[in-house]
Design a protein around this ligand. Structure first.
Ligand code: ATP
Length: 740
C-alpha cells in the first residue's frame, strides 16, 4: 500500500531522494549520523506532525537543509508519501476516488506549511481526515522513533491506556464521544436559554390570556345584545305602527261624530231660542262652551310640556346612573386646547427674569383655575346630574298641579254648561221632547269631546314612544354596530303582538345587557393581535424545547452507546493484545509471561458512600489505567523498575508487536528498536518481524545484521563531506559493509 517516499530539501536530504517500497519489509542501513532517522522523521512530517520536538527540531527552519561548505542551503523542505489506493476486496484504502494517493507537505523558512493531496492544495484537517479513514492514527504509534521503543513502559498507566486505545483504533470512538459531549453541553445551554425565555414570557402570556377571555365574554355579550335588540326593536316597531293606525282611525271617527253632534245640537238650540230670555240663556251656553274649549286647549299644551319634562327626566336619570358607575370627569377638548394656548403664550413672553417670575405666577394661577374648573371630582359631576334630576322632578310636580287645577276648572265649566243648558231648555216651552233631545245631544257631545282629547293624548304618547325607540336604536348602533337594527320587520298582523308587560321586560333586559357590555370594554383588536403573536412565539419555543430535549436525549443515548462500544472493543482488544503479548514475551525471554491489567480502582470511593448527598449521583465510570505485569523465567522479578536495559527493550518490543498484531497499521516504521538485542534475541526479533510483515508493511532502520537479513529491500544511506545524505540500493553484503 505504501509505494514511495520523495524527499527534497528536508534535513540532510538536500537533493531529491526517492525511496520505493515495493516489498513487505524494507531495511534502511548506514553509518551513524548519515541521515537514517531523518527518513523516519520525513514520514512524520508528511503525515502532518505538529510537534517539532518529535522531529528533533526547535523551529520550522531546522527541518530545511541548512547547507554546508560545498552545498547551498535550501529554502523549502518537501516530503511526499505515495500510497497505492487500488480497491482491495472492493474497497479503496483511502476514501478518495484515485488509484494512487500522494500526500505532500512542504515547509518554508518563514514556518508556513503547505499541504496537498494529489497535487491539490488542502488544509491540514483534510489530510488528518483522509489518514484517519485509513487507520493511520495521528499519534504516530506506527512510527517508533529511535530510543522511543520503551516509551510505553515508562508512560503512566493512564498514558498507556491512551496509547493502547489509539493502537486498537478506538480513538475514533473517543472523538465521536467528545463531539457528542460538546454538542450536549451546547444543547443543554440552549435548553436553559429557551427555558428562561419561556419563564420571562409566562406572566405576559397569562395576562394576555385573561384579557382575551374578557374580550370573549364581551363578544358573547355583544352577540346576545344584538339578538335582544333586534327582537325588541322589531316588536316595538310593529306595536307603534299598529297603535298609530288605530289612533288615526279613531281620530277620524270621533272628530266626525263630534262634528255631527255639534251641528245637530246647534240646530235644535237655534229653534229653541226665540225670545230675549232664551237669547240670554243661549249666550251663557255659548260662553261656557268657549271656556271649555279654552281649558281643553291649555290642557293639551300642558300635556305636551309634561311629556317633554318626563323625557328630559329619564335622560338625566340615566346620565346620573352612568356617572355613578364611571367615576371620571370628562373635560371638553376645546377647554384643554385653550388652556394649553394660554400656558404657551405665557411661556413665550417670558424672556427677562421679571417676565419669568410673572409667567411662573401666571402658570400657578392657571393651574389653580384648571384644578377648580376641570379637575372637578367625579362626585361633583354626580351632584350636578342629581341637581338636574331634582329640578326636573320639581318642574314636573308644578306642571301636574297646574293640570289638576285646569281639570278642576274644566269640571266647573262643564257643570256650569249643564246648568245653563237646563235653564235654556226649561225656559223653552217647545216641549219635553225637544228638551230631552238637547240634553242627550249635550251629553253625547261632552263624551265625544272627551274621546277626542283622549285620542290626542294617545297620539302624543305614541310620538314620545317613537322618539324614545329611535334613541334606543342610536345607542345600540353605537354599542354593537348596525347589526342591532338589521332585522326583518314583523308582519303587520294586528292583535298578534305579545302582552305589553312582556315587551317591557324585554326592554329591561336589553338595558341591563347594555350596561354589562359597557363595563366589559371595547373590541381589543390590539390585545387579540398581541395575544396571537405571543401565543405563536410561546408555541414556537415549546416546540424548540421539545426538539432540543429530543436531541439531548439522542446525544445521551449516543454517548452511552459509544461508551458501551468503546468498553466492549477495549476489553476485547485488551484480551487479544494480552494473548499476543504473553506469546511474544515468552518467545523473547524463552519462557515466563507478561500481561496488561487494569489498575485497581481507588479506595476513597468507600468513604464517599457514607456521605448521603453523593449516593444518588450517577458516578462516571472511571477510566482505569493500564499496568504491565511481567514474570521473567527463573527470576522473581515482578516490577518493571527491576528490568535490565535489554529486558526492557525485549518487553517493549513484545508489547509493540502484540499491539500491531491485533490492529495492524498499514505500515510500521521501527527505528533501531533492535539496538539492545544480543544475537539470540536478534534472531527471535527477526522471526517476529517476519510474522508482523504479513499484515503491515515494515520499514526498519537498523545496524543489526540479523534484521537486515530478513528484509526484502535494502537501502543504504551515506553522507559525504558535503553533509548531504545519499541513498543507494544495496545487496545484503554491501549493506552489512555500509552499516559499519
Ligand atoms: P544514527 O545511526 O547515529 O542514529 P542516523 O543515520 O539516524 O544516525 P540522523 O540522525 O538521521 O542519522 O541524521 C543526523 C544528520 O542529519 C546529522 O549529520 C545532522 O547534521 C543532519 N541534519 C539534521 N538536520 C539538518 C539540516 N537542517 N540541514 C542539514 N543537515 C541536517
Amino acid at each position: 500500500m505504501l509505494t514511495r517516499l520523495e524527499i527534497v530539501g528536508f534535513k540532510s536530504f538536500a537533493k531529491k531522494t526517492v525511496l520505493d517500497f515495493l516489498s513487505s519489509t524494507t531495511a534502511i542501513v548506514g553509518p551513524n549520523g548519515s541521515g537514517k532517522s531523518n527518513v523516519a522523521e520525513a514520514f512524520r512530517f508528511a503525515l502532518g506532525e505538529q510537534s517539532m520536538k518529535s522531529m528533533r527540531g526547535k523551529r520550522a527552519e531546522d527541518l530545511i537543509f541548512n547547507g554546508s561548505h560545498s552545498a547551498p542551503r535550501a529554502n523549502r523542505a518537501a516530503v511526499a508519501i505515495v500510497f497505492d489506493n487500488k480497491p482491495k476486496s472492493g474497497q479503496r484504502p483511502f476514501r478518495i476516488d484515485f488509484d494512487e494517493v500522494m500526500i505532500e507537505r512542504a515547509v518554508l523558512r518563514d514556518g508556513t506549511s503547505e499541504y496537498s493531496i494529489n497535487g491539490s492544495r488542502v488544509r491540514l484537517r483534510d489530510i488528518e481526515e483522509l489518514l484517519a479513514g485509513a487507520n493511520i492514527g495521528e499519534t504516530g504509534h506506527h512510527i517508533i522513533s529511535q530510543g522511543e521503543a520503551d516509551r510505553i513502559l515508562s508512560a503512566s498507566p493512564r498514558e498507556r491506556r491512551e496509547m493502547l486505545e489509539d493502537a486498537l483504533g478506538l480513538k475514533i470512538y473517543e472523538f465521536k464521544k467528545q463531539e457528542a459531549e460538546k454538542k450536549l453541553v451546547k444543547t443543554e445551554e440552549n435548553i436553559n436559554q429557551v427555558n428562561s425565555l419561556r419563564r420571562e414570557l409566562a406572566p405576559h402570556v397569562r395576562f394576555l390570556e385573561s384579557q382575551v377571555k374578557k374580550l370573549e365574554r364581551a363578544d358573547a355579550l355583544r352577540a346576545e345584545l344584538v339578538g335582544l335588540a333586534q327582537t325588541y326593536f322589531a316588536i316595538e316597531d310593529a306595536y307603534l305602527a299598529q297603535e298609530k293606525t288605530k289612533v288615526a282611525t279613531e281620530k277620524r271617527d270621533t272628530v266626525e261624530r263630534l262634528a255631527q253632534t255639534t251641528a245637530e245640537l246647534s240646530a235644535i238650540e237655534e229653534r229653541a231660542t226665540i225670545d230675549a230670555e232664551g237669547v240670554k240663556h243661549l249666550d251663557l251656553v255659548r260662553r261656557t262652551e268657549k271656556e271649555i274649549e279654552r281649558v281643553n286647549g291649555e290642557r293639551s299644551a300642558l300635556a305636551r310640556n309634561i311629556g317633554r319634562v318626563e323625557g328630559a327626566l329619564t335622560a338625566a336619570t340615566e346620565r346620573s346612573a352612568k356617572v355613578a358607575r364611571e367615576p371620571y370627569a370628562k373635560v371638553p377638548r376645546e377647554d384643554l386646547t385653550s388652556l394649553a394656548h394660554e400656558i404657551e403664550k405665557q411661556a413665550t413672553e417670558a424672556t427677562t427674569p421679571d417676565a419669568i417670575a410673572a409667567a411662573l405666577s401666571a402658570v400657578r394661577k392657571i393651574v389653580t383655575v384648571f384644578v377648580s374648573r376641570f379637575v372637578a371630582p367625579a362626585d361633583d359631576l354626580l351632584a350636578d346630574e342629581e341637581r338636574t334630576v331634582f329640578a326636573l322632578q320639581n318642574e314636573r310636580t308644578d306642571l301636574l298641579s297646574k293640570d289638576a287645577k285646569l281639570s278642576e276648572e274644566l269640571e266647573k265649566a262643564k257643570s256650569a254648561l249643564a246648568r245653563s243648558r237646563e235653564a235654556l231648555t226649561a225656559h223653552d216651552e217647545t216641549g219635553r221632547e225637544l228638551r230631552r233631545r238637547i240634553l242627550d245631544l249635550a251629553q253625547a257631545k261632552a263624551n265625544q269631546e272627551g274621546a277626542v282629547a283622549k285620542n290626542e293624548a294617545r297620539h302624543y304618547e305614541l310620538t314620545l314612544l317613537t322618539e324614545e325607540l329611535e334613541r334606543g336604536k342610536t345607542e345600540a348602533i353605537a354599542l354593537v354596530g348596525h347589526a342591532a337594527v338589521s332585522y326583518k320587520p314583523l308582519p303587520s298582523s294586528d292583535g298578534l303582538l305579545e302582552d305589553r308587560r312582556a315587551t317591557d321586560a324585554r326592554k329591561h333586559t336589553l338595558e341591563r345587557s347594555k350596561i354589562r357590555l359597557e363595563e366589559a370594554g371595547g373590541t381589543g383588536e390590539e390585545i387579540r393581535q398581541e395575544h396571537k403573536e405571543v401565543s405563536e412565539r410561546e408555541a414556537f419555543l415549546a416546540k424548540e424545547l421539545d426538539d432540543l430535549a429530543k436531541s439531548a436525549a439522542g446525544l445521551k443515548a449516543l454517548i452511552d452507546d459509544l461508551d458501551t462500544e468503546l468498553s466492549k472493543h477495549f476489553s476485547d482488544g485488551l484480551a487479544k493484545v494480552n494473548a499476543s503479548f504473553g506469546e511474544y514475551f515468552a518467545l523473547m525471554f524463552g519462557g515466563g509471561g507478561a500481561r496488561l491489567a487494569l489498575e485497581e480502582p481507588e479506595e476513597e470511593e468507600e468513604e464517599s458512600e457514607e456521605n448521603e448527598e453523593y449516593i444518588n449521583e450517577p458516578e462516571e465510570k472511571e477510566r482505569l489505567g493500564i499496568e504491565i505485569n511481567v514474570n521473567l523465567p527463573k527470576k522473581k522479578v515482578r516490577s518493571l523498575m527491576q528490568l535490565s536495559g535489554g529486558e526492557r527493550a525485549l518487553t517493549s518490543i513484545a508489547l509493540i508487536f502484540a499491539m500491531s498484531q491485533v490492529n495492524p497499521p498499514p505500515f510500521l516504521i521501527l527505528d533501531e528498536t533492535d539496538a539492545a538485542l544480543d544475537e539470540a534475541n536478534s534472531r527471535r526479533y527477526g522471526d517476529m518481524i517476519e510474522n508482523l510483515a504479513k499484515k503491515s508493511q515494515l520499514i526498519v532502520i537498523t545496524h543489526n545484521r540479523e534484521t537486515m537479513s530478513r528484509a526484502n529491500t535494502l537501502y543504504g544511506v551515506t553522507m559525504g563531506g558535503d553533509g548531504v545524505s545519499k541513498l543507494l540500493s544495496v545487496k545484503f553484503d554491501e549493506a552489512v559493509a555500509v552499516a559499519k
